[in-house]
Write a protein that binds this ligand. Structure first.
Ligand code: CA
Length: 351
């Protein structure tokens, strides 16, 4: 732990005057996470603007570019391993169709959960692509080319070992920002992904609120279960982040009462940037919602997604301006970005 973080924690504990527990009101929400530096650069799926998302190579690059936290999206295999992939499908980032042509489900998709880790190890990972009429086209055409070089699927444990190994060899203290994907889907397949993820976290020493980890999920019921049942049962107290999308199921959270509810089980929110600056905004005339204010009023940190140089909203002329709007003008606490280098550079020269 950095001395400054340790000092903040110690002072907070002294002010609290008692043993810190997860229910301690003094250490919930923003107070719990201001021990990290204020503006966080969270590498979204790694340095995914430059290398195929969620490969160890993209994570090493994100690390070297100065990211403060590195994201892992997590899904489970048939043999109960936790692996790092954005979707519980394999067919938009691997060559699974070529290697296991007979293993698609009736919907034509290839599910991670139908494969063992050993089988997944044989797949080549590439840039994200769409398929239409049998032809693959890259989602981001200017990024790393499709089907070049050699990339593989990694387990959550292997990725943690990469980050912790680099922390040792560089002397830095970069954190992890894992996301539990599709908990209801996993439950339907007979798997408790949250319990499996927490077990890996605990094994690698991420079990207390001051550890360099944020655990994120879109599913509020699952986050409440994690906070209320799983963490206490495993004697863990890691910070939780409620992800918020633009769908109608998230509307209730965007009110004072809804945000108060979120703050009862989470320490931060990870909203789509469209929930902060409305999509219809034009340059010089931004429609800024009250979401950040609502969250800050409840002591929640705000880490919006996803900041991309090559997919700018219409109201921003360039990437630096987009960062200026969110980090300087609106005052979010960090951003998920595909371009950690540009974001670190902006923060170091402007904030
Ligand atoms: Ca994610």
């Amino acid at each position: 732990m950095k001395p400054v973080r340790a000092a903040v924690l110690l002072i907070t504990m002294l002010l609290a005057g008692c043993v810190v527990t997860v229910n301690d009101p003094v250490l919930v929400g923003k107070d719990r996470v201001t021990m990290w530096q204020n503006k966080l650069v969270i590498a979204h799926r790694g340095a995914s603007g430059y290398l195929p998302e969620h490969t160890l190579e993209a994570k090493a690059m994100a690390y070297a570019q100065g990211s403060h936290f590195i994201e892992q999206d997590l899904v489970m295999t048939q043999d109960d391993q936790v692996v790092v992939l954005h979707d519980h499908h394999l067919d938009t980032v691997t060559n699974v169709r070529d290697v296991f042509p007979d293993r698609a489900r009736a919907d034509g998709r290839y599910y991670v959960i139908d494969f063992t880790l050993e089988e997944l190890r044989t797949l080549a990972v590439t840039e994200r692509f769409n398929v239409s009429d049998g032809a693959k086209t890259a989602v981001f055409e200017q990024r790393f080319p499709l089907e070049k070089s050699s990339f593989r699927i990694a387990t959550f444990a292997e990725e943690i070992e990469l980050v912790q190994g680099l922390n040792q060899s560089t002397g830095r203290s970069v954190g992890i920002y894992p996301e539990i994907k599709s908990p209801a889907f996993h439950r339907g397949e007979g798997k408790d992904i949250s319990a499996a993820v927490l077990k890996v976290l605990k094994t690698y020493g991420y079990d207390e609120q001051q550890d360099s980890v944020f655990l994120q999920c879109f599913d509020p019921t699952e986050l409440q279960r994690i906070r209320g049942e799983l963490l206490p049962a495993m004697n863990m107290t890691v910070p939780l982040v409620q992800l918020l999308g633009t769908g109608p199921e998230f509307r209730a959270a965007l009110t004072p009462a809804g945000m108060q509810m979120v703050a009862s089980y989470a320490d931060g929110i990870g909203p789509s940037m469209q929930l902060i600056v409305s999509r219809g905004s034009v340059a010089g005339k931004l429609q800024i919602t009250n979401l950040v204010e609502l969250a800050h009023d409840q002591g929640l940190v705000v880490h919006p997604y996803t900041f991309r140089r090559d997919l700018l909203p219409a109201y921003a002329d360039d990437y630096a301006q987009l960062l200026e709007i969110f980090l300087d003008d609106i005052g979010v606490d960090g951003v998920f970005t595909d371009f950690p280098d540009l974001t670190v550079e902006y923060i170091e020269s402007n904030l």
